[in-house]
Write a protein that binds this ligand. Structure first.
Ligand SMILES: [Zn+2]
Length: 79
């Protein structure tokens, strides 16, 4: 029998290999679905003070913007 996990958002049990499992700040977070992960992480993000989140937010946002630019450039070269 495979080891089962329990979703921290809705309490639904789910088997190993399914759902989303991540470690954060010494805690293991287990979600049975993306929707449950989203609702938990959304609550987490909005409970963090804005001045703590603004710097990592800018970094991640810019990283994604750069990746999108890179993809755009590569698509243009192909044409
Ligand atoms: Zn769930």
């Amino acid at each position: 029998m495979s080891q089962s996990h329990v979703c921290v958002t809705c309490g639904r049990p789910f088997p190993e290999g399914q759902g989303i499992i991540m470690s954060l700040a010494g805690r293991t977070l287990e979600f049975h679905s993306k929707a449950c992960a989203y609702s938990f992480l959304r609550e987490l993000v909005f409970s963090v003070p804005e001045d703590c989140v603004s710097s990592p937010l800018r970094e991640i946002y810019e990283k994604h913007q750069e990746a999108l630019e890179e993809m755009k450039k590569r698509a243009e070269k192909r044409i």
